[in-house]
Design a protein around this ligand. Structure first.
Ligand code: FAD
Length: 338
């Protein structure tokens, strides 16, 4: 998202822009996402939810989001809903396909299958490669020795981070944190399963690893439990749900619906003494640590970064990656043009 936003905004300001896209299509993980762009309603809540984040950078995203959303809508990005039903947040839900199409049209020249191998000299460059979750070596180095299911586009492999370091950029805090979902442990998990197989009811379940050690899930978006699962043997866990919790609503479905989706996909689902056990695997969606940038999204001289390449916004919790990509993509373009 951040790259297309930056290109669209820079062109609007009169720049000649080339977007280098490593994948075989534009849109990255934004295209696979649920399209909910959100911020916490209150600034104090953002700070409390993501206490390790850089307050100045968080402020830029939080204060800039409403205007950035209005800009996105003015481009014709298709809104599906003006709310996501979460009382903590102000959210707009976009259709990810329509959003990608609108931004790609505005971004101008997009060179598909054309990764940026090295940084050009003397050309202002905005890095927006989407984090490093797709690179098993970086995930092992910073997050866990276990193998995680990649719940994101396959192209975001830390290229932005590596390029930024060659220019002397710094690392942000908390490279070991990530956002993701525990997924039903099905034999095959395809991109169209990323939402359907997410088992988002850890707070209603007893959570234990394969040797019976337990974890108490507390976070409303499951970031605590997925980060814990990632560090357990096999990056796996079991959710044990008592029968009387199966009718609990979660994300417009019930726990029973999610268990049924797991069973149908071939994941281990067992019945024991009035409860249901579902095996889950940790899925990584986006790294939360990365390149350190300032309030103008600057990473180094002549170099900006935006989106999940930037670390230090959600540290200690979770806030919308699409929101950060939108606001910092815009800020980076505006600053680069100055
Ligand atoms: C199933 C799912 C649901 C989600 N739902 C939400 C949600 O509702 N709300 C939310 O806020 N977030 C959500 N997310 C997370 C969000 O989609 C991503 O974190 C977000 O898209 C990150 O934006 P980005 O611009 O940094 O990366 P991306 O959107 O992934 O774009 C990065 C682009 O960089 C390209 N690239 C990588 N390396 C190179 C290179 N060397 N050269 C050139 N191009 C390169 C990639 O191919 C990709 O096109 C979801 C993610 C998934 C997978």
């Amino acid at each position: 998202m951040a790259g297309l936003v930056a290109a669209a905004r820079a062109r609007e300001l009169g720049a000649d822009v080339v977007v280098h896209e490593k994948g075989d299509r534009p849109g990255g993980s934004m295209l696979l996402s649920s399209g909910v762009v959100w911020r916490f309603r209150e600034w104090e809540r953002f700070r409390a939810e993501c206490p390790g984040g850089d307050p100045a950078l968080q402020r830029v995203v939080w204060e800039g989001l409403d205007e950035a959303l209005a800009w996105l809508e003015s481009l014709g990005a298709p809104v599906v809903a003006g709310d996501d039903g979460n009382p903590r947040t102000r959210a707009v839900r976009f259709d990810p396909r329509g959003l990608t199409a609108v931004l790609a049209r505005r971004a101008g020249e997009i060179r598909i299958d054309d990764p940026l191998g090295k940084l050009p000299e003397g050309v202002p460059t905005i890095l927006a490669t989407g984090g490093f979750q797709g690179d098993p070596e970086l995930v092992r180095r910073y997050i866990t020795p276990e193998s995680l299911v990649l719940r994101a586009n396959p192209y975001s492999r830390g290229d932005g981070l590596r390029l930024a370091l060659t220019r002397g950029a710094d690392l942000s805090a908390a490279l070991d944190e990530f956002y993701g979902r525990n997924l039903a442990a099905a034999p095959r998990i395809e991109p169209e399963d990323f939402v359907a197989l997410a088992q988002v009811y850890a707070r209603h379940a007893l959570v234990e690893n394969v040797v019976g050690e337990r974890f108490q899930a507390r976070h409303w978006a499951d970031v605590d439990v997925v980060q814990w699962t990632a560090r357990q043997p096999g990056a796996r866990a079991w959710y044990v749900v008592p029968d009387d919790a199966l009718s609990e609503p979660v994300h417009e479905r019930t726990i029973q619906d999610l268990v049924e989706a797991a069973r149908q996909a071939g994941a281990p689902v067992e019945r024991h003494d009035g409860s249901t056990r579902v095996e889950v695997v940790a899925g990584i969606t986006a790294t939360l640590g990365g390149i350190r940038v300032d309030e103008r999204s600057r990473a180094a001289d002549g170099l900006w970064a935006a989106g999940a390449d930037v670390g230090g916004i959600s540290t200690g919790g979770w806030s919308s990656a699409l929101a950060a990509a939108l606001v910092l993509g815009k800020v980076a373009a505006e600053d680069a043009l100055e």
